[in-house]
Design a protein around this ligand. Structure first.
Ligand SMILES: [Ca+2]
Length: 499
């Protein structure tokens, strides 16, 4: 727009000048004008076709209240706090699910999990996986010239590194270093990473730093520097089993509870890995051309008091697995590439506009200049307007469903400030106004019958549409690695805390 305004300005100046010129100077003036116009149009085209690099950094089980910049009173996250000063902090950022795999599937497809098939966390030896029929983000970006890399937790198939289900490369990643689910035996010296199909055995160090080092090596030596890139960094921290390096535990000398120290240090460990990645982008002079998104896949694990999970929802109701806000509202910080020249997005600002994981897909596809799939429903929208405090346009309301949510309420939908919560058969309901009641304590379905009727009808319609489109794996679902018929002798049923 700026270029177009400048062109108009020069055109009007040009017509004024010509009235005082001779024929030859008139001709010369027109030639100069044509040249200037040509240059400006070329610059406009270049500005419009500039493809930014895209980094999606995902934490695992990091709660809405777990970062210093979101108000945690103890946990030290200096790198993310600093990053928020240069980007936009999202106060109503949602994961697309209350557990791991579904949230990840929505980031890569722009589609809500029951629609794309990955309706719950993926145990080993089961049929649930991200199918090849879904058009994953790296695949679409490769079509417009991107190089692609995934490092960290994958958790989008059950037959990891086997030919029976698609692997990261089948979904479009050129280079990958991944685990099926958690780093094992813990974040410390993990031994279950696979690089491009080859297990690499035990690696010395801590998981988030191992994957950021891999990303740095790929950025520096493996990728084609002439091409834009998509880099997915999906850390394992602070998911169980938690292990933190001594240098991060030393940041909390006043904590007398070792379990709390281990957890809080784990978030600082993650923060340091994120800082290391930003430093690498700086060193390679990529910062100005790179969109960086930091978020989490679901709310905090455990009870926050006695369990190893000492994460915080920031006072919101429910935790991981719940469709109440504490299970699904997560940190979200976005920094646009400065080359995008979005003067209307202020560094260090905050936005309360609701956004969700599936928005990342739509935003990235549009910024890359790739084509949004037109043959399927996309639940996500372009989140760029949210960075300016404007509503995100999306074709479907925000929606969640979690089969392993505690208690009967496992479905939720948000439109504006209103949120309806329901059981799976859609026979029990609660209605909340998140603006006046952010902790979901005051059920308004009887006080607001008109709004309740409207939300109930919309939820039933949306739920039926999603169920009709997605595969029916959820209909025969049993929590755990596999039911007795499906389970092989080599796959013990150690499902506790795996999701
Ligand atoms: Ca998770």
């Amino acid at each position: 727009m700026l270029y177009i305004r400048n062109i108009r300005c020069i055109l009007s100046r040009g017509s004024l000048m010509t009235s005082h010129m001779t024929a030859s100077s008139h001709q010369l003036g027109n030639q100069i004008l044509a040249l200037v116009l040509g240059l400006l149009l070329a610059a406009t085209a270049a500005a419009q076709t500039k493809q930014p690099n895209i980094v999606v950094f995902l934490a695992d089980d990091l709660g809405h209240g777990d970062l210093g910049v979101y108000g945690h009173p103890i946990i030290k996250t200096p790198n993310l706090n600093e990053f928020a000063k240069r980007g936009v902090l999202l106060q109503n950022c949602y994961s697309a699910s209350a557990v791991c795999s579904p949230s990840r599937s929505a980031i890569l497809t722009g589609r809500t999990p029951y629609r794309n098939g990955v309706f719950t966390w993926i145990p080993e030896n089961r049929e649930i996986h991200l199918r090849s029929s879904e058009l994953a983000l790296p695949k679409l970006l490769k079509e417009v010239g991107y190089e692609t890399c995934h490092v960290g937790k994958w958790h989008l198939n059950s037959h990891f590194n086997q030919p029976t289900q698609p692997q990261p490369n089948d979904h479009g990643y050129d280079h990958w270093l991944a685990t099926q689910n958690n780093a094992a035996p813990s974040h410390e010296n993990p031994s279950n990473f696979v690089r491009n199909g080859k297990p690499i055995g035990k690696v010395e160090g801590y998981s988030s730093h191992i994957i950021v080092d891999e990303a740095a090596t790929w950025l520096k030596t493996k990728r084609d520097a002439a091409k834009p890139f998509l880099l997915s960094v999906w850390a394992h921290e602070p998911h169980y089993p938690i292990k933190s390096a001594p240098e991060f535990k030393a940041l909390y000398p006043d904590l007398t509870d070792d379990v709390q120290r281990e957890h809080h240090a784990n978030v600082s460990q993650l923060d340091a890995a994120f800082g290391k990645l930003l430093k690498t982008l700086d060193e390679l002079k990529l910062t100005d051309d790179t969109l960086v998104i930091f978020t989490s896949d679901n709310g905090p694990e455990g009870d926050g008091i006695k369990s190893p999970g000492r994460g915080s929802t920031g006072g919101l109701r429910g935790r991981k697995r719940a469709v109440y806000e504490g299970g699904i509202r997560v940190p979200g910080i976005v920094k646009l590439p400065t080359s995008l020249n979005k003067a209307s997005v202020a560094a260090g600002s905050k936005s309360a506009v609701p956004v969700i994981g599936s928005d990342i897909f739509v935003t990235a596809v549009k910024l890359a200049g790739a084509k949004l799939p037109a043959d399927r429903v996309l639940d996500g929208g372009d989140l760029l307007p949210a960075l300016e405090g404007k509503v995100v346009e999306r074709s479907r309301p925000l929606y969640w469903r979690c089969v392993i949510a505690p208690g009967p309420m496992k479905t939720a939908m948000r439109i504006g400030d209103w949120k309806i919560v329901a059981d799976e058969p859609l026979t029990q309901f609660e209605l909340y106004n998140l603006k006046s009641d952010p902790v979901e304590q005051d059920d308004l379905k009887e006080k607001e019958p008109a709004k309740f009727g409207e939300m109930q009808a919309e939820l039933k319609k949306l739920n039926a549409e999603i169920e009709a489109e997605g595969p029916t794996w959820w209909k025969t679902y049993q929590n755990g690695p596999a039911n007795k018929k499906q389970q092989s002798k080599k796959q013990p049923s150690k499902n506790k805390n795996k999701e």
